[in-house]
Design a binder for this molecule. Structure first.
Ligand code: PBG
Length: 335
């Protein structure tokens, strides 16, 4: 029945009615806060925090500042932190990525000890640890250097195991090498970590929205770009294929990244895989909102909550976002 019998506005008349029929919920327990932990040590004078110019409100953290940040996130009800490491030294292979005393391994142990109820997710990739800034190792052959898929798998698996050994609750490969989920699953199982879940960055696009992250993590590729392994933003069917392959290889959760321009793929991946899906609201998406809010162009709180709710509506159970602490605070104030 159409107008005048049907009046959509009837159920919008009051906060009570709107709440009664709301389809999507947003809770702090669905949010994951990414953190940058630096081994070089952020200045103690600033409490072990070094601001990241392109991401206002986000700092590079010393180990002890990372523990304090994790405590704060947990107190606000945030579900998890996702750790990115800035090692003191980089090399061709990215060997500090799997060092048992590496920065992510140390941070994982310290956070799990201080705040056991907070989940620790670790980013498994080589780009923050390699001198050339690529996500895998380079092939030795002549001609243009290429990222060597198969040679990278063992190193990634070794990295994931070292994270699990340090106490990571989930490991999250973001390198986009083919076969890495299987390689990581096998290695984890072999070394006694068959209970550690894999959150696979299945559909990770070669995106301009990672700009601020690369400045934060000092991980911009020294030559070329990542289009030889990250996905073409024009491709949706391929994203679903990537996700289904990761499911076959043993992924427990799949991730779509970036988030805002990829809502269609969050739903498509959700429908196709039936796995829990995470959306990564990346650095550039964060920076845009912060810049517009600072200029007075948008209301920060309303904009952030609308964005996060839209990712839930698209089908993400879990949202990785630099807004996590603020959002958790605002959600607590609303109820
Ligand atoms: C790679 C990685 C990147 C991000 C997360 N993991 C950067 C890249 O692929 O260049 C980007 C996250 C963000 O922009 O917030 N290990």
């Amino acid at each position: 029945m159409a107008f005048p019998q049907t009046r959509m506005r009837r159920l919008r008349a009051s906060a009570g009615l709107r709440g009664l029929v709301r389809e999507t919920d947003l809770r702090a327990g669905q949010l994951v806060l990414p953190m940058f932990v630096t081994e070089a040590g952020a200045p103690a004078a600033q409490g072990g925090r070094e601001p990241i110019a392109t991401m206002p409100g986000v700092d590079r953290l010393s180990l002890s500042a990372a523990v304090a940040e994790a405590r704060e996130a947990a107190a606000l009800g945030v579900a998890a932190v996702m750790l990115f490491g800035l090692p003191a030294e980089k090399d061709e292979q990215g060997s500090s990525a799997w060092d048992p005393e590496g920065v992510v391994q140390l941070a994982t142990r310290a956070i799990k000890q201080a705040v056991p109820e907070l989940l620790v997710i670790t980013d498994v990739c080589l780009c923050e640890y390699t001198s050339h800034g690529h996500c895998g190792v380079l092939s030795a052959g002549p001609g243009a250097p290429r990222v060597d898929n198969d040679a990278s798998l063992e190193l990634l698996a070794q990295t994931a195991v070292s994270h699990a050994r340090a106490g990571a609750d989930l490991v999250a490969p973001s390198d986009m090498m083919d076969g890495r989920v299987r390689a990581i699953r096998e290695q984890l199982d072999e070394e006694g970590f068959s209970e550690t879940p894999i959150l696979a960055y299945s559909a990770k696009f070669a995106s301009a929205f990672y700009g601020p992250f690369r400045e934060a993590a000092d991980s911009a590729p020294a030559f070329g770009d990542r289009r030889g392994y990250q996905m073409d933003p024009a491709n949706g069917r391929e994203a679903v294929r990537e996700a289904l392959l990761d499911v076959q290889e043993g992924a427990d959760m799949v991730l779509v990244k970036p988030a805002l321009a990829y809502g269609d793929l969050i739903s498509a991946v959700k429908r196709a895989t039936r796995l829990p899906v995470a959306a990564y609201n990346v650095s550039g998406e964060y920076a845009m909102v912060k810049a517009a809010a600072a200029a007075g162009y948008v209301d920060e709180q309303a904009t952030v909550l609308e964005i996060l709710t839209s990712l839930r509506r698209a089908g993400a159970e879990t949202i990785i976002t630099y807004h996590a602490k603020d959002a958790a605070r605002w959600l607590a104030e609303q109820t």
